[in-house]
Design a protein around this ligand. Structure first.
Ligand code: SAH
Ligand code: SF4
Ligand code: F3S
Length: 482
């Protein structure tokens, strides 16, 4: 290995990733970090994105970097000079899918020996994954994690010209890099990171290890980004964080919370503001009060509950109870009329009994959810819950999931039914997946609406009268007077 490049060999450590340092966040600028050259001229890149909106936002940054370096995007695998998988580690099946993809992509290495194959995102943050990649996937050329996307230009240079493998994954980076270029996937709705990382350490979850210490972007940077998006014609932003309600907790020089941020963003001309994900333990009264003033703050709140059993919630380290969750839901419904609440639920957490599961079902009935992502617990190596005793059979877990889903689906339908014969505002996304003659978009309550209309309406907010209600979507007619 040449001396110039062997600096790029650093493996992650789950143990190190658990540590939290109290250093303040450093703000860097890409332009100061690298000397961008036109190394991508005439070359094509393909980026495959898995996982949450956090990864989607990171991929937009990677695309921005690629195109700044002169690379062109392609969707044709056989044409690509570089393929990067931006991966997710949240559950075992998510990881297995990606290992499967890597196996499939090997064929292109044979037809194009110069192809660079890269693995980025959350999976490389796990030492077990990096070891497996090194051992069983020797044809992967580039491995980097979530903390060093800004070093992509240097890695590409090494992989392309140095023909060296690059493996560099940091476990404890606490930086925020501002001013990275971005190529956004949508023209009318955008993700805006308000914070990175997670300090919650729910006992089942790998995210605090793969994303590092919680760090909030400065209000100024966020507000500027939203104003810039308004100028570019964007109609909707989704504020991103693993626990948006703890936004600002890491500021040492000011006292500024999530509700302050919502108040300031409400004053911008952004038509719609959404946010995800909320944590029930930190969702405070001020936030409920700001949301109650509505305007451009959308009445849909995704509030993961995970379980309805206090015993299980405690073992999960969620730091709230069934009762306090329901009280929060009640307060939201009282102050924000028509609010739509959705959630995440895990079944089959180690030690979950039939009675615990019944508590979850009971909570789902009481909380009036209009949607939920439901999962079977997946043990993640290095997390505390992976070591908990688990006596429930997979068969029982699957049955619980099915029972739960029936209840959840009834909630989807009930949530849609309340809009029958009502007129709703829809931000038109594009044409429907199943029928190109039909437009599709989302209402303020985040309900999918299909209706006939001209493609020129894409990107606009229009009024649609709901004429038919299904479990997964609403059908309507365009109100021509809007
Ligand atoms: N920060 C968010 C989202 C985390 S990941 C939150 O706190 O809710 C999205 C969802 O994946 C979680 O809400 C949880 O329901 C699920 N999840 C996380 N780890 C999991 C695991 N090990 N097994 C099964 N589901 C998991
Ligand atoms: Fe995971 Fe909990 Fe953090 Fe959400 S809040 S990312 S579930 S540790
Ligand atoms: Fe997956 Fe990482 Fe997001 S593990 S859910 S891509 S933070």
């Amino acid at each position: 290995m040449s001396k110039k490049y062997d600096q790029y060999f650093k493996k992650p450590s789950i143990k190190e990733a658990r540590k939290r340092k109290t250093t303040t966040t450093e703000i860097l600028d890409l332009d100061q970090l690298v000397n961008i050259k036109n190394i991508g001229a005439g070359k094509h890149y393909l980026l495959m994105t898995y996982g949450c909106q956090g990864n989607e936002a990171d991929s937009e940054t990677m695309k921005g970097i690629f195109e700044r370096l002169g690379f062109e995007a392609t969707t044709d695998e056989s044409r690509a000079d570089i393929i990067i998988l931006n991966t997710c580690a949240i559950r075992e099946n998510a990881e297995n899918r990606i290992f499967g993809e890597l196996g499939r992509l090997k064929q292109y290495k044979r037809t194009n020996p110069d192809l660079i194959l890269g693995v980025a995102g959350c999976m490389p943050q796990e030492e077990r994954v990096v070891d497996k990649l090194l051992e069983s996937y020797p044809y992967v050329d580039l491995i980097f994690g979530t903390h060093n996307i800004h070093k992509l230009p240097a890695y590409l240079e090494t992989a392309l010209y140095g023909k060296e493998r690059v493996i560099e994954v940091f476990s404890d980076e606490g930086q925020i890099i501002e001013n990275l270029p971005k190529i956004r996937d949508h023209k009318y709705k955008a993700f805006v990171n308000i914070m990175y990382g997670c300090d919650e350490f729910c006992t089942y979850c790998i995210v605090p290890y793969t994303r590092g210490k919680e760090r909030s972007r400065s209000p100024k940077h966020i507000i500027n980004e939203v104003n810039e998006l308004v100028r570019e014609g964007y109609k909707e932003v989704t504020l991103l964080g693993q626990n948006v309600n703890s936004y600002g907790r890491d500021f040492t020089d000011q006292s500024y919370t999530f509700s302050n941020l919502l108040k300031d963003l409400q004053k911008t001309d952004m038509a719609r503001i959404r946010f995800t994900t909320s944590h029930p333990k930190d969702f405070d009264e001020e936030t409920v009060n700001v949301l109650a003033t509505a305007k451009n703050l959308m009445p849909h709140i995704h509030l993961p509950v995970q379980s309805g059993s206090n015993k299980v919630l405690k073992k999960m380290n969620r730091k709230y109870t069934k009762e306090s969750y329901l009280a929060l839901a009640e307060s939201i419904y009282t102050h924000i009329p028509h609010a739509s609440l959705t959630t995440d639920i895990i079944v089959g957490f180690p030690g979950e009994t039939e009675e615990d599961f019944e508590e979850t079902l009971d909570l789902v009935k009481q909380a009036n959810f209009e949607g939920a992502f439901t999962f079977i617990f997946s043990a993640r190596e290095g997390t505390p819950a992976a070591r908990y005793e688990d006596h429930t059979s997979m068969e029982d877990k699957k049955r619980r999931l099915q029972t739960l889903n029936k209840e959840v689906n009834a909630g989807y339908l009930r949530g849609n039914q309340r809009f029958e014969n009502k007129t709703v505002n829809v931000l038109v996304d594009g044409v429907s997946k199943n029928n190109k003659a039909i437009l599709a978009g989302y209402s303020e309550h985040y309900k999918l609406v299909n209706f006939k209309g001209d493609e020129s309406l894409i990107g606009q907010i229009v009024k649609v009268k709901i004429t038919e209600v299904k479990t997964w979507f609403l059908k309507g007619e365009l109100n021509e007077n809007t």
